[in-house]
Design a protein. Structure first.
Length: 309
């Protein structure tokens, strides 16, 4: 597949290499490359989406690998918009979007990965996780939900969170070894831009429906969230399931980079249309020969002709 001729962004600049200690202050929240916004929206982004669609069709037809895209971020960073603008362009038959909200009573009655496992895509599909298993090492920790939940208290000890990181890493390795690739994207929004977007939800009547008081309440934990996200990404960005820290202050650029990351992930899988079974291939050859030799007017006549061979 030809590379995008212009507007190519090296997404490795946003990839967190395994073993890297993350400091979010060192990662840009705004577009940090010289690129034309108008061209991205009208030319480069649509070009990437077409390439993704082509590979998605092959992924679905091959029906062996699956791809999981994890989206994590602070409130108002643009997760929903990214899903709508990037993945809504794909064949919905091969895309499964799951939004993980506050756990239900049923979900609380199981281990924390139970609802995540239920949401995994099938082979040949792309699964989009709007929030994910990582809520259980971020939000759960921010609000000390472990001590308030149903987990036996004798299982909570000083190395509890290290164990949970290990569990998640092992689970992602298990998925990789079973043909399910995963890439994880942290939409990195600035505190100032988050404030602007939250204010817009309050002032703009067309966006009032997006407003939630919980978004305002969570903002007071900003510094603690940043600290835990740094730790989480440091502990769980692996070569087989990497984290990308993507600038989120410019929505048009965020969506373009997420599309490029998805394209790169599909290229690594390198799906191919499956080869036809020998008997089907033979029937096709017969069909080609009949088409070239006979003036057949209907599918029924074609079938009758093949049956006579």
């Amino acid at each position: 597949m030809d590379e995008i001729k212009d507007g190519k962004v090296n997404i490795d600049r946003y990839r967190v290499k395994e073993g890297t200690k993350v400091n979010l202050k060192k990662y840009s929240t705004a577009c940090d490359v010289v690129i034309d916004k108008a061209k991205v929206k009208s030319l480069y982004f649509p070009e990437v989406i077409e390439k993704v669609k082509d590979l998605q069709e092959k992924l679905y037809a091959q029906n062996t690998y699956g791809l999981i895209i994890v989206l994590q971020a602070m409130d108002a960073a643009g997760k929903d918009g990214t899903v709508n603008h990037v993945f809504a362009n794909l064949d919905p038959g091969g895309v499964k979007v799951v939004s993980f909200k506050q756990p239900t009573s049923e979900e609380k009655d199981h281990d924390y990965m139970w609802r995540i496992n239920k949401a995994l895509p099938e082979r040949g599909d792309i699964g989009i996780f709007n929030r994910s298993q990582y809520e259980d090492v971020i939000v759960t920790r921010i609000h000390d939900l472990i001590h308030k939940g149903q987990l036996p208290q004798d299982l909570i000890h000083k190395d509890f969170w290290e164990e949970r990181y290990e569990q998640i890493n092992n689970w992602e390795k298990y998925l990789h070894q079973n043909g399910f690739q995963m890439v994880k994207i942290f939409l990195h929004v600035s505190k100032k831009e988050q404030q602007r977007r939250l204010m817009d939800r309050i002032i703009n009547q067309q966006k009032n429906w997006k407003f939630s008081m919980s978004d305002i309440n969570e903002r007071q934990y900003w510094d603690r969230y940043q600290e835990l996200y740094e730790e989480m990404i440091t502990k769980t960005s692996k070569d087989i399931s990497p984290w990308y820290i993507v600038p989120a202050d410019n929505k048009w650029y965020t969506r373009y980079v997420v599309a490029l990351i998805t394209l790169e992930a599909l290229k690594k899988i390198n799906p191919q249309f499956p080869k036809l079974a020998p008997e089907v291939q033979e029937q096709l050859e017969q069909f080609k020969k009949l088409i070239s030799e006979v003036d057949i007017k209907s599918l029924e006549e074609i079938k009758n002709s093949i049956d006579k061979k």
